[in-house]
Ligand binder design. Structure first.
Ligand SMILES: O=c1ccn([C@@H]2O[C@H](COP(=O)(O)OP(=O)(O)O[C@H]3O[C@H](CO)[C@@H](O)[C@H](O)[C@H]3O)[C@@H](O)[C@H]2O)c(=O)[nH]1
Ligand SMILES: O=C(O)[C@H](O)COP(=O)(O)O
Length: 385
């Protein structure tokens, strides 16, 4: 991506001249019937179903960038003295992690200035060439116990996102999954746009088309986001309906200010992403959230049992934060059934429940990181930020 190049071709046509926000305000409408209500939340004559909550419709209208068009040069200028870290959590992603790092690297050196200050891959216990591939592509690579070496290591994605705060220094942190296929670097400027150019947003979620399996380039190529559609959207509709306008509530591509991340607790495993969304909403309300269109996203699709386990993590994080009785004891295991030699047998999974505390609240950080480096593996000390 070059300095003057826009972050993403505008889906649905060019931006309307004179509109204040890049790509213009989004409209909340009834897709099925082609009805359009410009963020008023009012029911239009042809729309069936209940009217959307007015505050959600208003938020959607002014905090959704359907056509992000910030150039790298514009964002470098808006960034001023702030720094940006890009973090990739990775567990056995040797096939894809190097390509993603390679795609992002030009943003660390572009002629119009440095948009990204560091690219960090947080390894989550890989047994393949993930670390080597990431390092060869130019990322700084940390294994889980390289940072906070005296803190016991827990499994899962939430753990490495939490530890990444101790390994990085950016005022703004961008998270990108390491299993993305056909990744293009313009995800990064698009996610940074609202944080660098607007005052309110604290957390910016990406949204996209989600082809399941091979992308045919048509609507038939969609169908991904199964946990999102079957579990998360209905759950939020019941427990946090104000978030009904968030298009990809559990997507792994998002950016946030360190100020928020360092003061938030991190849910374990796959609960981390929805946990951060709920916590940002709880703390800052809808004005603290924004979302940007990233076009399309393909990744390694997991199978149904894996998605069942993921759903357990997500459900636990949501109930802990927004459930009728947060933190109900006993809901810590999930039983699935597999057929072995003609017999149906139960397979138990533990659903992790304990959040990591806000990084800022962590006391007595280790005096030395691995290899005798001072402090948090020689990095930023979030306890004092
Ligand atoms: O123990 C783990 C598991 C996963 N990952 C990494 O986390 C990212 C996302 O994991 P993945 O298993 O690919 O999740 P998805 O199937 O893509 O699930 C979606 O939904 C999850 C639940 O919200 C989010 O965590 C994901 O980011 C989001 O893409 C990938 O880079 C993984 O390598 C780890 O670092 N450690
Ligand atoms: O985000 C989700 O809903 C899950 O990661 C499943 O995604 P997929 O259906 O695209 O594999």
């Amino acid at each position: 991506m070059h300095c003057g190049e826009r972050s993403r071709p505008a889906p649905g046509g060019p931006p309307v001249p004179g509109e204040r926000r890049p790509g213009g305000p989004a409209r909340w409408g009834c897709v099925e019937h082609g009805c359009r209500t410009a963020g008023t939340g009012q029911r239009t004559p042809n729309a069936r179903g209940p009217p959307v909550r007015p505050e959600t419709a208003r938020w959607f209208a002014c905090r959704t960038w359907q056509q992000p068009t910030w150039s790298v040069a514009e964002l470098v200028s808006a960034k001023r003295a702030r720094s940006v870290s890009v973090v990739l959590p990775a567990l056995n992603e040797a096939a894809t992690v190097g390509g993603i790092v390679t795609a992002i690297r030009p943003l660390t050196t572009s002629a119009c200035g440095r948009l990204v200050d560091e690219i960090v891959v947080m390894d989550s216990g890989s047994t393949d060439r993930t670390c080597a591939a990431a390092a060869e592509a130019g990322a700084r690579v940390f294994r889980r116990d390289d940072v906070l070496p005296t803190v016991d290591v827990r499994p899962g994605k939430g753990e490495v996102l939490w530890r990444s705060l101790a390994a990085t220094t950016g005022d703004v942190v961008v998270f990108i999954d390491a299993d993305l296929i056909g990744f293009e670097a313009d995800f990064v400027p698009a996610l940074l746009g609202p944080l660098l150019t607007e005052a309110d947003p604290m957390l910016v979620k990406g949204f996209y088309r989600r082809p399941l399996g091979p992308d045919t380039g048509t609507a038939d190529g969609d169908g991904g986001g199964r946990v999102t559609e079957i579990l998360v959207r209905p759950l939020l509709a019941q427990l946090r309906p104000e978030l009904g306008g968030v298009i990809q509530p559990i997507g792994g591509e998002y950016a946030a200010r360190r100020e928020f991340l360092a003061s938030a607790s991190f849910a374990p495993g796959y609960g981390v992403d929805i946990g951060l969304l709920l916590d940002a909403h709880e703390r800052y309300g809808l004005p603290g959230l924004a979302q940007v269109n990233l076009g399309a996203r393909r990744h390694r699709n997991r199978d149904l049992p894996e998605l069942g386990v993921m759903s357990g993590h997500v459900l636990s994080a949501v109930l802990d934060r927004a459930g009728p009785e947060p933190g109900t004891d006993g809901a810590d295991s999930l039983t699935q059934f597999v057929q072995v030699g003609g017999e149906w047998l139960p397979r138990e999974h533990r659903v992790p429940r304990a959040d990591r505390p806000p990084m800022r609240a962590l006391r007595n950080p280790s005096p030395a990181g691995r290899g005798g480096e001072p402090g948090w593996a020689g990095q930023h000390d979030p306890a004092t930020s």
